[in-house]
Design a protein around this ligand. Structure first.
Ligand SMILES: Nc1ncnc2[nH]cnc12
Ligand SMILES: [Zn+2]
Length: 333
């Protein structure tokens, strides 16, 4: 099964680029930029990646992002992820970034978006990897701050396809961001939001009904509402599920307890993604492999999950057709 997974072309729809910052690059940037980090060795960093819940991860993840200062730093972090895409046979990726994590430290919006987008442009030229960028608001901050960030992004509308919502979920429901999502919709952005990762399924209803989102990031708590499951099935709303993340952040006790197969068998539009691969012990192939080693996913299930990713992406129908044909051809051999 491992070889089968590796050879299939894939798309990734839920990856925070700051979550692809590997410890070795973190150290190099810390030294170059003269930024103090609370670790002496890579082993110490890895030992610190022992999370109890989402917040315990976010505290460490935001601290790690402090080493990113120049446009080149953002380029290098993004390029390192692109090399992982090549290794994992990811031919299309939709990347989240969190501008507020950086603008709050005095790094300009332009520095961040230009570093990321230039690496993605080079990825297209060198490896034919296609991509889209989704800007996320940090939900632990206010809607007013989200509006300020939204204003800043408008001069980069050509580079940003969509708007998302991430960070500390509990206590920060989608309803808090209703007006700024409405504005983003009027401006023509695609809309997504993290919902039902740690918080209950009412957050998924809010994301659908108040923010009018097109994909749910995570969404695994939907299983606790029969009505919501039926609706997600009827409307084929994509769920960008992140298995390694769910295990590392203790949403499920282990892979055998993960509900992805139940969601898939029920008929939901489920996809597999890596979330923050540098922090959660692996990239996209590892997520598929961990699932296969612990739950009965068939080859057809794997192909279905990947087909769902291509179909649920924000690329053109022409690209979707081309990529799905490629997937079907390779999947049959
Ligand atoms: N899994 C996650 N949930 C919410 N916010 C995040 N930011 C980075 N990873 C996240
Ligand atoms: Zn996420």
């Amino acid at each position: 099964m491992k070889e089968f997974i590796k050879k299939l072309p894939k798309a990734e729809l839920h990856i925070h680029i700051e979550g692809a910052l590997e410890p070795d690059l973190m150290f190099r940037l810390a030294t170059k930029n003269n930024i103090k980090i609370p670790y002496q060795t890579i082993e110490e960093v890895k030992a610190a990646y022992n999370f109890t819940n989402l917040q315990s991860f976010l505290d460490i993840y935001y601290a790690g992002a402090n080493v990113l200062i120049t446009k080149n730093d953002f380029y290098d972090m993004t390029w390192a992820y692109i090399l992982k895409c090549v290794e994992n046979n990811i031919i299309h990726t939709e990347i989240f970034f969190d501008p507020q994590t950086h603008t709050s430290r005095g790094i300009s919006f332009d520095t961040v978006i230009l570093g990321i987008s230039e690496a993605l442009k080079d990825a297209k030229e060198k490896y034919s990897i296609t991509s889209n960028i989704i800007m996320c608001f940090l939900r632990h901050l206010s809607q007013e701050e989200a509006f300020k960030t939204f204003e800043e992004c408008l001069s980069h509308k050509d580079k940003i396809i969509g708007i998302g919502l991430d960070s500390s979920e509990l206590g920060h429901p989608p309803s808090k961001f209703k007006e700024v999502f409405q504005k983003a919709k009027e401006e023509g952005f695609k809309l997504v939001a993290h919902a039902g990762e740690e918080a209950d399924y009412s957050y998924i209803y809010e994301a659908l009904d108040l923010l009018d989102i097109q994909r749910i990031d995570h969404g695994v708590q939907a299983i606790n509402s029969a009505d919501l499951m039926q609706r997600l099935k009827d409307e084929q709303i994509p769920l960008t599920v992140c298995p390694n993340s769910n295990i590392e952040l203790k949403v499920f006790d282990n892979y055998k307890q993960h509900n992805i197969k139940k969601l898939l068998d029920y008929g939901l539009n489920v996809t597999v993604n890596s979330d923050d691969p540098a922090y959660f012990k692996g990239y996209l192939n590892d997520n598929f492999i961990n699932l296969c080693e612990n739950i009965d996913l068939t080859k057809e299930d794997i192909i279905k999950l990947i087909r769902n990713s291509f179909n649920s992406s924000f690329i053109s129908q022409e690209f979707k057709n081309e990529y799905i044909n490629k997937l079907n051809n390779i999947g049959q051999n």
